[in-house]
Write a new protein. Structure first.
Length: 267
């Protein structure tokens, strides 16, 4: 059984985490298949957008704690902590950076719980949409005595501020999909039965963007986090120096003047 289902239709690749009986924990084997799926997206120039979702009643409940109960045998000289940190750095972290660096936009459709590392996975997308019954939950510190991981401590305060990030980390409370949308943690909250159709509609819209658009947006917002206003203004003008001379700008201007939608080439 595939632990990540890979389907492509009309230029949109849908990646579905597929361990529904266990609520889609990020078991090592599932992570390997997700890594391979991201590589397929990168290699397939016909893919212009991605939807990431979960099978069954949950998006992803984070680590597979049943495989971390101390009954395993870490390699000689390693503790369970050593082993966990090593495979996070070699396998889990490249999934987060891989999602952020895909050459196409990523929509995450959160169908049910996103807990623990599943929150980081959901927020690594460019646009995150959640069903009304979904929620976001960080059990790391209140339940396990460990720190939030897989990018949670990076994504959450940048989206909602330190106060709400600290509350999520410490108060052992679920943040509903509606509240997450109100806070700005995610793009929107929709009825459960509309989640996947809406996510696919968003992905199809994003698939029509210029091929370089998503990476330009990612880079611009990342630069703004380390720049002064003057530095960011300079960054913006230097990007326009290059981008205005690209074919996409010419097509956009022509479409505007001709009162038609622009048609941008694929990647």
């Amino acid at each position: 059984m595939a632990l990540v289902i890979y389907e492509v239709e009309d230029g949109v690749a849908t990646l579905t985490l597929n361990l529904p009986a266990k609520l889609n924990p990020i078991a090592k084997e599932l992570q390997v298949e997700l890594r391979d799926a991201l590589a397929r997206v990168t290699d397939d120039k016909a893919v212009r957008a991605v939807v990431l979702t979960g099978a069954g009643k949950a998006f992803c409940v984070g680590a597979d704690l049943s495989a971390m109960n101390g009954s395993g045998a870490p390699e000689a000289g390693q503790t369970l902590g050593d082993e966990t940190a090593d495979w996070m750095q070699s396998l889990s972290h490249p999934l987060i950076t891989g999602l952020r660096n895909l050459p196409v936009p990523v929509v995450c459709a959160v169908n049910g719980p996103a807990a623990g590392a599943g929150v980081g996975l959901a927020l690594a997308a460019d646009v995150t949409l959640a069903g009304r019954s979904a929620f976001f939950y960080l059990p790391f510190l209140p339940k396990l005595g460990i720190s939030p991981d897989l990018g949670c401590t990076w994504f959450i305060p940048r989206a909602v501020g330190r106060a709400r990030a600290m509350g999520m980390a410490l108060l052992d409370e679920r943040v509903s999909a509606e509240k997450a949308a109100q806070w700005g943690l995610i793009w929107d909250c929709v009825d459960d039965n509309a989640l996947l159709p809406e996510a696919l509609k968003l992905a199809q819209r994003l698939a029509k963007l210029p091929a370089h658009a998503v990476q330009e947006a990612r880079n611009a917002f990342a630069a703004s986090e380390r720049h002064t206003l003057d530095e960011q203004l300079h960054h913006e003008s230097e990007r326009q120096r290059e981008l205005i001379d690209k074919p996409s700008f010419g097509e956009g201007v022509a479409a505007f003047l001709q009162k038609r939608p622009p048609v941008f080439p694929g990647r």
